[in-house]
Design a protein around this ligand. Structure first.
Ligand code: HEC
Length: 125
């Protein structure tokens, strides 16, 4: 039961868990500044995803506060590459090269949002 293979497998399992729940790697303060920048600065995230992503302007606009950082990063990179299609979001992250978010911007925004108290991944009865 406690063969080296089994222990190695167990180690991998825990390493995976630690990675999944680890602190986001981006710079949350820089992410906040980017998220709250005005449209004149290029980005306008907070004009649709309101109050640090805890609210939104309409029911088509998802709440972002407390969402997992890796999910946010993947979503933003997919909008940027065009792999995920939504005209509003594709334009926001620079799918056409205008005001393009860098990988660092995306990691920072993801860290900021993931650290906000939110209801996205808290289940209630
Ligand atoms: C004009 C309004 C608007 C602006 C500005 C905006 N968003 Fe969005 N955002 C949306 C809408 C609408 C969706 C849902 C799109 C879809 O269905 O794929 C969305 C989706 C997202 C998602 C995916 C969430 C999920 O649950 O899959 C992320 C992440 C996101 N926005 C982050 C941002 C960031 C970061 C910015 C600024 C760079 C930004 N948004 C600017 C309207 C907006």
């Amino acid at each position: 039961m406690t063969s080296p293979k089994f222990l190695a497998l167990l180690g991998l399992l825990f390493a995976g868990t630690a990675m999944a729940v680890g602190a986001p790697k981006g710079d949350a303060a820089a992410g906040k500044a980017k998220f709250e920048a005005t449209p004149q600065d290029g980005q306008a995230c907070a004009s649709c995803h309101l109050e640090a992503g805890t609210k939104s302007i309409d029911n088509n606009t998802p709440l972002l506060a407390g969402q997992y950082a890796d999910y946010l990063e993947k979503s933003l990179k997919d909008y940027r590459s065009g792999a995920r299609v939504n005209v509003l979001m594709n334009a926001q992250v620079g799918v056409d090269g205008t005001n393009k978010l860098t990988d660092a911007d995306i990691a920072n925004i993801a860290a900021y949002l993931a650290l906000q108290p939110g209801t996205v991944h808290i289940y209630k009865q």
